[in-house]
Design a protein around this ligand. Structure first.
Ligand code: PLP
Length: 388
């Protein structure tokens, strides 16, 4: 069987590692070479090669797009210079300019949506995506796009993808799922009928906290062509070098995530029994209200969690003053463990009222579990929580 044919049916870890490997016909390089050139010659008059200008296309970018397309079980992909640039492509030329989004979606997504609303490009309805009646009411009027995030950030609330995708389609909307938190290693929205799986590749897909990037994988091949047209027109495509680093990162996505979630499970169980912790949000715990849904629609529980300290914001300040090993930094999904105070960091752009509505309190902390030894991570939390 040829390698290309074999990869059609291979497991995801094999696809992640092998797509694009050993395809160089010039020198036989095992790793796909990187072409930093911004432009490509024409073979002659009117004879364009595959690539002409790097804003519109680049060989390394094409390989990472193919890897993500296969991992998300889609038909095509567009790569972008950030996750927000990917999201901003979604509302170009909607059949209807009404966009329905979760009220607790990523803060940067809200800032962008609000700015595009002020410009008159779209009209936004924020809904509690956990409230089926509210979603049904929002979708009782025609909509152009339903954007979903599951699990939500930072409270790790899940939504039933199959059910909501059906509701979105019934309202005439295209349905996009921001799959950044789980990555294609653990959830494939297109398999549940979504039109788009959107990623900040900055997070798990690159996984080494050294590139900002984004992607949309589409269910329909024509949609990928249309979105690539827009990405070229807007100029929001990623550089060859960022594509190269992201491709290098995605090669190990499945093994990284497997290890991160194994550690996350142990850490969540440790925190659940800690006297300073009021509540913990991790879908891998039996106590999580949507543990069964997580088992049904996810391939694992992931490396993200949040927990509330009994001592509120004052305890948070004391803990963050002394915590070691976990870096106090935004972002997630990298090899290094991170701790975040959502109310003052990742979700600071939300008004206090919006934070309260979304359930983001001053005592809440979010963890992104990295690849350090889990016993060291638990020991670091033990030291820090002594002052909580
Ligand atoms: N979507 C989610 C869920 C995110 O967490 C982020 C960034 O934190 C984004 C989108 C935006 O991605 P980027 O920072 O790559 O623009």
């Amino acid at each position: 069987m040829s390698k290309k044919a074999y990869l059609e049916t291979a497991q995801d870890a094999t696809k992640a590692v092998n797509i694009g490997i050993d395809t160089d016909t010039v020198h036989g390089a095992v790793m796909p070479p990187i072409y930093l050139s911004s432009n490509y010659t024409f073979e002659g008059f009117g004879q364009k090669r595959t690539y002409d200008y790097a804003r519109s296309g680049n060989p390394t970018r094409a390989v990472i797009a193919e890897v993500l397309t296969r991992l998300e079980h889609g038909a095509g992909a567009v790569m972008t210079s950030s996750g927000l640039a990917a999201l901003d492509l979604l509302w170009q030329e909607l059949p209807n300019n009404r966009v329905v989004v979760p009220h607790d979606c990523y803060g940067g997504t809200q800032r962008l949506l609000n700015a595009r609303t002020r410009q008159g490009l779209i009209e936004v309805d924020y809904v509690d995506q956990g409230d089926e009646a509210a979603i049904a009411a929002a979708l009782s009027k025609p909509a152009g796009l339903l954007l979903l995030e599951t699990p939500s950030n930072p409270l790790m609330r899940l939504i039933d993808l199959q059910k909501l995708i059906k509701l979105g389609h019934a309202a005439g909307a295209r349905v996009a799922v921001d799959n950044t938190f789980l990555s294609p290693a653990l959830q494939n929205p297109i398999s549940f009928g979504a039109d788009y799986a959107v990623h900040s590749t900055t997070k798990y897909i690159n996984g080494h906290s050294d590139v900002v990037g984004g992607a949309i994988v589409t269910k329909d091949a024509e949609e990928a062509v249309r979105l690539n047209w827009w990405a070229n027109a807007l100029g929001c495509t990623p550089s060859a070098f960022d594509s190269y680093l992201t491709l290098r990162g995605v090669r190990t996505l499945l093994v990284r995530v497997r290890q991160q979630q194994e550690s996350a499970q142990k850490i969540a169980e440790y925190l659940e029994g800690h006297p300073a912790v009021a509540s913990i949000n991790y879908p891998g715990l039996k106590s999580h209200p949507q543990h069964e849904l997580a088992k049904a629609q996810q391939k694992g529980f992931g490396g993200m969690m949040s927990f509330e300290l009994k001592g509120g914001i004052e305890a948070v300040k004391r803990v963050l003053d002394v915590v070691d090993l976990f870096s106090l930094a935004e972002s997630l999904g990298g090899i290094e463990s991170l701790i975040v105070h959502p109310a003052s960091m990742t979700h600071a752009a939300m008004s206090p009222e919006a934070q309260a509505t979304a359930g983001i309190s001053g005592g809440l902390l979010r963890l992104s579990i990295g690849l350090e030894d889990v016993e060291d991570l638990i020991a670091a939390l033990e030291r820090a929580l002594k002052v909580a």
